[in-house]
Design a protein around this ligand. Structure first.
Ligand SMILES: Cc1cc2nc3c(=O)[nH]c(=O)nc-3n(C[C@H](O)[C@H](O)[C@H](O)COP(=O)(O)O)c2cc1C
Ligand SMILES: CCCCCCC(=O)C(=O)O
Length: 364
């Protein structure tokens, strides 16, 4: 009997069944106690909605724009490495699905398909995620390749001076999967002594000396706009604006880096207030429902990015699975907007949500 899937969470079990344990654990896992991994989901669940009624919702428009690019909905594909561990077509299948859904895909620096393969696979707006390596020439080369392949922005990930301690990967001795973009540029022999080879590889290559002045270096190697991914405080958000980024992604890397940091959705509003509209603010971490997207927009996000559900869709059904995941989230958002009385994304306001802090204030 065919299983009827009704929400994106259900793809996780299909992915678990389809994948070797080592790879499923890598995709699912978070750092150490996985507090932040759980908190990303639970913090969304603590936010309530305040619907408004009698506001003609016969037509719902989810479209929005980011850095001047038009999107069919405020949903982007987050950068996640290693898509060939999920499906033989890897990032090419994900990119085709994102293109079919008129969604921007942020291609991970750690992809298994090359920048060129992804660029030639379909016609879509794409951003490129950058890790700054100790070998700056290698990072610069990848940015130049992305720029010449028509990628539209660079997303610099700044929460990873070293990789988080993912204990499942340590137990499984996670392999250092092939990062195709590095072929001919870098070969690293990073065999962990009994632990995660991916962690050993990352710690060998990532530049832990990266600092604010280096955003200037990234700007100097490209004409593309720069977004900074991995901001969790108002202080850092202000600094990001000062150094001239074009956008901020509030993110804790899906709970995979420093454990016990707050859920991204819990700090979104303070970041939005700190930048006072100077640049668009995106958020990721724990987005699993259309209502989550609605909540993020109400708290000031321009758009959300989605990580694991995309990989689970890919593992379960390839390109079709990714289309299904994005499609389900879009349908749920459309439905939420109708029931909340918001015919367009611009109609979603702060007054449509009630956070735990709001409830506390109303008691005082
Ligand atoms: C398997 C996996 C690989 C990831 N790889 C990257 C990466 O290469 N670069 C990056 O900036 N973030 C990476 N991330 C973090 C995501 O971009 C995103 O911040 C996170 O997945 C959002 O949380 P969610 O999975 O709950 O949606 C990865 C996340 C996962 C789950
Ligand atoms: C530099 C290689 C590290 C790949 C790690 C990918 C990633 O960010 C993850 O969360 O996993």
């Amino acid at each position: 009997m065919e299983i009827v899937l009704t929400n994106v969470r259900e793809f996780e079990e299909l992915a678990r069944q389809a994948l070797p344990k080592m790879f499923y654990d890598y995709f699912r896992g978070g750092a150490e106690d996985e507090f932040t991994l759980r908190e990303n989901i639970e913090a969304f669940q603590r936010i309530r909605l305040n619907p408004r009624v009698l506001l003609d919702v016969s037509s719902i428009n989810m479209s929005t724009s980011l850095l001047g690019f038009k999107l069919s909905s405020p949903i982007l594909v987050a950068p996640t490495g290693g898509h060939k561990l999920a499906h033989p077509q890897g990032e090419v299948a994900t990119a085709r699905a994102a293109a079919a859904c008129n969604t921007i895909m942020v291609l991970s620096f750690s992809s298994n398909c090359t920048i060129e393969e992804v660029a030639s696979s379909c016609n879509a707006i794409r951003f490129f995620q950058l890790y700054v390596y100790k070998r700056r020439d290698v990072s610069a080369k990848l940015v130049q390749r992305a720029e010449s392949c028509g990628f539209k922005a660079i997303v610099v990930t700044v929460d990873s001076p070293r990789i988080g301690r993912r204990e499942a990967d340590i137990k499984n001795k996670m392999v250092a999967h092939k990062i195709s973009n590095l072929e001919g540029l870098l070969s690293v022999d990073a065999n962990a002594d009994g632990g995660s080879n991916l962690e050993a590889f990352a710690n060998e290559t990532l530049d832990p000396s990266l600092s604010w002045k280096d955003i200037g270096w990234v700007k100097s190697i490209t004409k593309l706009p720069i977004l900074i991914k991995g901001i969790l405080t108002a202080e850092d958000a202000r600094k990001a604006v000062e150094v001239g980024v074009s956008g901020i992604v509030v993110s804790n890397h899906g709970g995979r880096q420093l454990d016990y940091v707050p859920a991204s959705i819990s700090v979104l509003e303070e970041v939005v207030q700190a930048v006072s509209g100077a640049v668009p603010v995106l958020v990721d971490g724990g987005v699993r429902r259309g209502t989550d997207i609605f909540k993020a927009i109400a708290l000031g996000a321009k758009a959300v990015m989605v990580g694991r559900p995309i990989i689970y869709g890919l593992a379960a059904k390839g390109e079709l699975g990714v289309r299904n995941v994005i499609g389900m989230l879009k349908n749920e958002l459309e439905h939420t907007m109708a029931l909340a009385g918001c015919p367009s994304v611009e109609d979603i306001t702060r007054s449509h949500v009630q956070t735990p802090a709001d409830r506390l204030r109303s008691l005082i």
